[in-house]
Design a protein around this ligand. Sequence first.
Ligand SMILES: [Zn+2]
Ligand SMILES: [Zn+2]
Length: 204
Amino acid sequence: MAPTAGLVVDIIDLPQQVGSIKNIHLEIPAPADLGAEMIGAREGSPLVLDAELTSLDNGVLVRGHADVHLTGQCVRCLRDLEDDTTISFDELYFTPEAARAQAAEGDEEADELFILGESTLDLEPALRDALVLALPFQPLCREDCAGLCPQCGERLDDLPADHHHEQLDPRWSALASLLPDGADTDAADSEAAGSAVDDEEAQR
Ligand SMILES: [Zn+2]
Ligand SMILES: [Zn+2]
């Protein structure tokens, strides 16, 4: 078995007698993949975790909380986000025998149970589940973020309220692309030049 590291804690000194308690305090760099796609605790960011482990008949009850530093991006305007938050969790880790018993009873979620190691308990899955639940699915820099201008890609919050672009009716450009080559060279050229400029601006 791998030595205890990161969020894997030793429970060899936690008596199996029901009600026995062990307290955990960790200050470690966050492991990888702690969070969701748009926001989460970056690998190596500071993570402080306190937990109380309690022996039960069928496993160990873990109640804890972790202070994490979140970084992410607003889904509308892509502005960088930073936040400190506290994640609470409350999970039962089953002994392998108790988990097997659950599976034998036909518990369909038995293979998603948290299982104790031989003499260790890995806090990472409990913390990860709690964090993913607590994080916004679509983080925003502010509730009514206006997002990006669809034409130039600039942040609408940074632009004057009357910001707009002169635009040809998109139906005409669709028609122009249907014309055979050379039928209306001038129109086709200016259309191509126009869209090239649009692309350039959108990338800024
Ligand atoms: Zn935003
Ligand atoms: Zn614009």
